[in-house]
Design a binder for this molecule. Structure first.
Ligand SMILES: Cc1ncc(COP(=O)(O)O)c(C=O)c1O
Length: 490
């Protein structure tokens, strides 16, 4: 006989009634504010002035008695307005930040309204079926084989985690070990070969997977990181048939350049390697006939990373991993307990083939945008961004004080402010300072990086909202702030 510890109290009506009444009115109460926020996206500053001042009051002890739902939500909206970047807006080109198509945005609000959990079929038949359907559509859109298994994750870092977990599992099995059961202890170092275009996210993943971020071998032909194909071929030959992992990069972040995927994959496969392609944003080159040549051969990869919150223009967070052998994912991410679905249950469990168990319905936004706009709509969005990048490149070329630093194969334009008369070291210093000024100014959100040894700006265009006049203004603002900086220091 199981005893009850305490006599049940009568229900707390604040929990049973008031919270319910608030929930019933929630969407109506927020609707006007959210409508206004979305309608203002084109006009709002990329970065509001002095966010620190607005955030000063945020540190406070945990309230004993809460302020109430409307007061808390009003405060949240106020803080977002005063100290949040306008990352869905047309003037945010830092990192690789995409926008939101209206269909994707609406579907994401629906996912939040229903608080959908997509771990397994039993908790959301529609979520699981929709994820599989959306992944199938993504493969069609991006020119990937229908046979690849897919899973949705938070972004490209985690998609790389999935692809490289499959690679590591495969590598261990080649040596006769199930590394997800036994770990890596006692095994030789897993060789990882790549070019200098490799993204920091891959290093992070290798660190997390016990391979070590320091063990990656980069074969670079120049300071920008371009692959040295001959040295890479020699590196592969030196493996002497032992299994290894190759990371090929489709779209690097400084100038949007690509590894030669087809040559790299064919060569690597001749040498018993697993090839993972990181195409976080670059795989969208496949969507337009103008750029599809850049990703020729990707269909031969063993695993592929793609991001949705970048160029698919779905809300954060949303990334996708595709892997040629679903069973490898099952072995790598095995997750079982008596209360969970059995491995041989024919109803799919997405949480058993990826790192996350509880997961939101990212698939709603992906499905909705592909359903609403189709291949053609997304091709037009990608080509709009390609045109914007070319237009901005020509603005840079026309501007007497701006210097383009690389060709523009895709959607990133590497350039710097160069008023003349300064050497490279002085220009690096000036552009770093100017980078801070531009962030402070707040009209645009745009970052600096290095292309080889040189400091550059590297706006990445991946948002349908960006207009030609936005990037014309960007060229003017950089020149204006650069000039002011020179005058101030002169
Ligand atoms: C090539 C590449 N890989 C990985 C990432 C990491 O992506 P996420 O921030 O979605 O995890 C990025 C982000 O810009 C990227 O460009």
């Amino acid at each position: 006989m199981f005893s009850v510890m305490n006599r049940p109290a009568s229900p707390d009506t604040w929990v049973t009634e008031q919270l319910r009444a608030e929930a019933d009115r929630l969407v109506r109460m927020l609707a006007d504010d959210l409508q206004e926020a979305i309608a203002g996206v084109d006009e709002r500053m990329a970065m509001p002035p002095d966010p620190n001042a607005a955030l000063a009051g945020l540190s406070e002890p945990l309230p004993e008695h809460g302020s109430g739902v409307w007061s808390a939500l009003e405060r949240l909206l106020e803080l977002q307005e005063a100290a949040g970047t306008n990352s869905a807006g047309p003037r945010c080109y830092h990192f690789v930040v995409g926008g939101n198509t209206p269909a994707a945005h609406g579907a994401d609000l629906v996912a939040s309204a229903f608080d959908v959990l997509t771990y397994t079929w039993v908790v959301s038949p529609v979520g699981v079926r929709m994820e599989l359907q959306a992944l199938d559509w993504l493969k069609e859109l991006l020119g990937l084989p229908a046979s690849l298994a897919g899973v949705m994750v938070t972004g490209a870092t985690m998609a790389n985690f999935v692809g490289l977990a499959a690679a590591r599992q495969w590598w261990g099995e080649q040596l006769g070990y199930d590394v997800s059961e036994t770990g890596l202890a006692g095994l030789p170092q897993m060789p990882v070969l790549t070019s200098g275009y490799v993204h920091a996210a891959t290093r992070k993943v290798l660190a997390l997977q016990g391979v070590g971020r320091g063990h990656i071998q980069e074969f670079t032909a120049d300071a920008s990181g371009r692959l040295d194909l001959e040295a890479f071929a020699r590196g592969l030959a030196a493996l002497d048939g032992h299994p290894a992992v190759v990371v090929a990069n489709a779209g690097e972040v400084n100038a949007g350049h690509f590894d030669p995927l087809e040559e790299m994959i064919d060569l690597a496969h001749e040498h018993n390697c697993w090839v993972h392609v990181d195409g976080a944003f670059g795989l969208f080159a496949a969507v337009s006939p103008r750029t599809a040549h850049l990703v020729r051969g990707v269909e031969k990869a063993d695993s592929v990373t793609v991001d949705g919150h970048k160029w698919l223009n779905v809300p954060y967070d949303s990334g996708y991993a595709f892997v040629r052998d679903r069973d490898l994912l099952v072995r790598a991410f095995r997750y079982s307990a008596d209360y969970l679905p059995a491995e041989d249950d024919p109803r799919p469990t997405m949480g058993a083939i990826g790192p996350e168990s509880s997961r939101r319905a990212r698939c709603f936004a992906v499905w909705a945008t592909l359903k609403a706009y189709g291949r053609e709509g997304h091709r037009r969005i990608v080509e709009h961004c390609l045109d914007i990048a070319q237009h901005f490149a020509s603005e840079v070329d026309r501007a007497p004080m701006l210097e383009r630093m690389a060709d523009v194969p895709l959607n990133i334009v590497a350039f710097r402010f160069n008023p003349g008369g300064l050497d490279d070291a002085e220009l690096d210093r000036l552009n770093r300072q100017l980078g801070e000024e531009v962030l402070e100014d707040g009209r645009f959100l745009i970052g600096t990086s290095k292309l080889g040894p040189r400091t550059i700006f590297r706006p990445a265009f991946a948002n349908w909202r960006t207009r030609h006049e936005d990037v014309e203004e960007l060229a003017r603002v950089i020149a204006e702030l650069g000039q002011a900086l020179l005058e101030g220091s002169g």
